[in-house]
Design a protein around this ligand. Structure first.
Ligand SMILES: [Fe+2]
Ligand SMILES: [Fe+2]
Length: 141
């Protein structure tokens, strides 16, 4: 075994137990601009504390159409509990400006888990710093 093998993380393991924090699937269409739409779908970033609730980052590239695509990079709204105990997040924003236009986007994520227990853990979490370089280091990558 190479000397640094013991310091490597096994596949699937993440730092700071971020793999234990839930995410949501999202799947929507950007509103029409310049006579076309783009598909926007993917998986949010892990939950991050925000006030008494939590939010997720969505950062994806739209589908390609007629020679261009856009970026869509926003923070969702706080969790909205659903009747069966899960939760969703509303989100809205605007894509990047490319090919002379942008698209408005507004929808809700797919359902996530019951977040009441997880929210208790968020009390000890803080929002990530705006400058990633100032983030405390917890080990080698
Ligand atoms: Fe969530
Ligand atoms: Fe477009």
């Amino acid at each position: 075994m190479p000397e640094n093998e013991a310091h490597r993380r096994p596949p699937g393991e993440d730092r700071e137990d971020r793999h234990m924090v839930h995410v949501h699937v999202f799947d929507t269409l950007a509103l029409v601009a310049e006579d076309h739409q783009h598909i926007i779908q993917g998986v949010t970033g892990p939950a991050r504390a925000a006030g008494q609730s939590h939010v997720h980052r969505i950062r994806v590239r739209t589908s390609y159409y007629d020679g261009h695509w856009h970026w869509f990079d926003i923070i969702t709204g706080p969790a909205v509990e659903t009747m069966d105990g899960g939760h969703v997040h509303p989100y809205e924003g605007e894509t990047s400006y490319d090919d002379g236009h942008s698209h408005d986007v507004a929808d809700t994520t797919a359902q996530g888990p019951d977040c009441r227990e997880e929210d208790e853990d968020f009390d000890e979490m803080t929002l990530p710093p705006s400058n990633p370089k100032s983030k405390p280091k917890s080990g080698k990558r």
